[in-house]
Design a protein around this ligand. Structure first.
Ligand SMILES: [Zn+2]
Length: 472
C-alpha cells in the first residue's frame, strides 16, 4: 500500500500541467482496473480528465459515489525540506526533527506515527489508495459489498473546479448516486474520525477607493485633499464589528438556527478552542466566547489584505492616490454569492460611493464625491448543508459508529469551502464529507504530509462502509 501511495505521489499534479494531470488520471484508471473496477476517463470541453469507475454489488439497491480529487496545489520547491513530487518517509513530524526512513530498511511493522511527505499526500491522494486497499482487503477476506460503488476523481479541484458543473451536467446519468461521499480535507483537530455535513460558500471582492490624481504633500494638503487610505479604513470598519458581526444589511436573513441534531453534534464534539487559542497565541477570540463550530454556522467577512502608500522607512509624507482592500466572504446556505454581492454593493453605495468596475478616468472621479472600483471574484459558489437526520446520512452515521465507536465526530458544517453545491444542484444528491488526513498535514503549503495511521484507518473506514452500509 505504501509503495502504491508513493508511486502515485511521484506524478506531479498541478491542474494547469495538462500532460502530467493526464498521467495521473491514466495511472489511477490502471489502479482501479486492477481491482476489477470498470474505470475510464470522463471529459468535457476544455477540462482535464476526471476518473470515473463503477463496481456493482449483486442485489444492492443503493449506490454510493466516492469523490476524491487527484490534483494538488502549486508548489514553491525552495520552501520544502524534500522535493514535492519525490515522496519521502519520515519517522514522525518534520517540525519535531523527524529523520528519513528508507523503504528498503523497513523490517518491522510500519509505525502509524510515521509520515509520508509529498504534495497531495494529505490533499487529496490518500483516499484513492485507501479505497483501493479497502477493496483488496474485502476481496481477500471474501466479504461481500453491501452497496454499488461509483467513483469520481476530479483533476482540477485546487484550480476552483471551473468545469465541474458542465462535467456533472454532461455525464449526469453516469454520475447518478444515492449519496456522495466527499473524501477531502483534514480530520478534526483532535485526531478523531469525522463526518461533516456541509461547507460554507465562498466569494470575494477587491475594493479600491481614490484620492488625488497624483500623490500630494500631506502638510500642504492634509485634511483638505481626501485620503483614500482613511476612506477605505472607514468603509471596511463599517462592514464588520470588532466581534466579527457583519454590519451589512440583510447578511443574516438566511442564517438559520442549528437543528436539534446539529446542536447535539456540536455539543458532543470535543472543543478545540483552548488548544487553538494556545497554539495561535490569541489573547481573545471573536464572537464573545462562542465556540469555533458555532461560529462556522454564520457568514464571515475577512479582510485578506490592504494596500495604500507605504510604511516604515518607505513611508512618504504624502496623500496616496488610491487604497485597495481584498475582502473574502464565507457564506451560509441560501446566501448565494449573487445575493451577497448585491448586499455588499448596496452597502458601499449607501456610504456615498459611486461604483465602477474598471479603473475610473478623471472625468468620472470629478463627477462623483466618492468613487469605488469594485471587482468581484467569479469563482465563488454557495454553501451546502445536508440534513443530519436524513435517511442516507443516518445510515452512514450508523455504519461509521460501528466501525470507529463513539470516537466519531459529527460536524454540521466545515468552515472552508468545497464545490458541493454543483453536485446538489446538477444531480440533486445529498453529500457528506468524510475527511481522512491528519489536521496538521500542511495542506496547500510546503512539506505537505500524511500520517500513516490516518491512511490505515481510512482503509478500515472505507471497508466498513462498503461492507456494512445498510440501505435506508
Ligand atoms: Zn482538497
Amino acid at each position: 500500500m505504501l509503495r502504491e501511495f508513493i508511486e502515485l505521489l511521484g506524478i506531479p499534479n498541478v491542474a494547469s500541467d495538462a500532460a502530467n494531470i493526464r498521467r495521473n488520471a491514466e495511472h489511477i484508471v490502471g489502479m482501479l482496473q486492477r481491482r476489477g473496477i470498470d474505470a475510464r476517463l470522463l471529459e468535457t470541453d476544455g477540462s482535464p480528465p476526471a476518473v470515473y469507475g463503477e463496481l456493482s454489488a449483486p442485489g444492492a439497491g443503493f449506490t454510493l459515489m466516492i469523490y476524491v480529487h487527484y490534483d494538488g496545489q502549486p508548489v514553491q520547491p525552495g520552501k520544502w525540506a524534500s522535493e514535492p513530487w519525490t515522496p519521502v518517509l519520515r519517522d514522525g513530524r518534520l517540525e519535531d526533527g523527524a529523520g528519513l526512513v528508507e523503504l528498503e530498511d523497513i523490517e518491522a511493522a510500519l509505525d502509524p506515527d510515521w509520515r509520508v511527505y509529498a504534495r497531495s499526500a494529505g490533499d487529496d491522494k490518500a483516499p484513492i489508495v485507501a479505497i483501493a486497499h479497502a477493496l483488496d482487503a474485502l476481496a481477500a477476506a471474501d466479504i461481500r459489498r453491501a452497496v454499488n460503488l461509483k467513483f469520481f476523481f476530479e483533476g482540477e479541484e485546487e484550480a476552483g473546479s471551473p468545469h465541474l458543473a458542465s462535467m456533472l451536467q454532461r455525464h449526469a446519468e453516469l454520475l447518478a448516486a444515492d449519496l456522495w461521499l466527499f473524501c477531502d480535507g483534514p480530520r478534526h483537530q483532535s485526531g478523531r474520525p469525522q463526518l461533516a455535513f456541509g461547507v460554507r460558500g465562498v466569494s470575494g471582492l477587491d475594493i479600491t477607493v481614490f484620492g488625488p490624481a497624483n500623490a500630494v504633500h500631506s502638510g500642504h494638503y492634509g485634511n483638505w485633499a481626501p485620503n483614500p487610505a482613511a476612506m477605505l479604513v472607514h468603509l471596511l470598519a463599517g462592514m464588520r464589528s470588532p466581534e466579527g458581526r457583519i454590519q451589512i444589511d440583510g447578511f443574516y436573513e438566511d442564517v438559520v438556527s442549528p437543528t436539534p441534531a446539529e446542536r447535539a453534534a456540536i455539543e458532543a464534539a470535543p472543543s478545540v478552542d483552548a488548544a487553538l487559542v494556545d497554539e495561535l497565541a490569541l489573547g481573545h477570540t471573536e464572537g464573545g466566547g462562542q465556540r469555533l463550530e458555532e461560529r462556522l454556522l454564520e457568514p464571515a467577512l475577512n479582510i485578506k489584505g490592504l494596500r495604500a502608500g507605504a510604511v516604515g522607512e518607505a513611508a512618504a509624507n504624502a496623500i496616496p492616490v488610491s487604497a485597495t482592500a481584498s475582502v473574502g466572504l464565507r457564506l451560509v446556505p441560501d446566501l448565494t454569492p449573487k445575493k451577497a454581492r448585491e448586499l455588499v454593493d448596496a452597502h458601499i453605495r449607501a456610504q456615498g460611493y459611486y461604483i465602477v468596475s474598471d479603473l475610473p478616468d478623471p472625468k468620472t472621479l470629478r463627477a462623483h464625491a466618492r468613487v469605488a472600483q469594485v471587482s468581484w471574484s467569479d469563482s465563488g459558489y454557495p454553501a451546502v448543508r445536508t440534513i443530519m437526520d436524513s435517511p442516507g446520512a443516518k445510515a452512514l452515521i450508523a455504519v461509521m459508529r460501528e466501525a470507529v465507536g463513539e470516537e466519531l465526530i459529527l460536524m454540521p458544517t466545515m468552515g472552508g469551502s468545497l464545490p458541493l453545491y454543483h453536485i446538489r444542484e446538477r444531480l440533486d444528491a445529498p453529500v457528506v464529507i468524510l475527511p481522512v488526513a491528519n489536521h496538521d498535514n500542511n495542506q496547500h503549503a510546503a512539506n505537505e504530509n500524511l500520517r500513516l495511521g490516518n491512511l490505515f484507518e481510512a482503509v478500515e473506514i472505507y471497508a466498513a462502509v462498503i461492507a456494512g452500509f445498510t440501505e435506508p
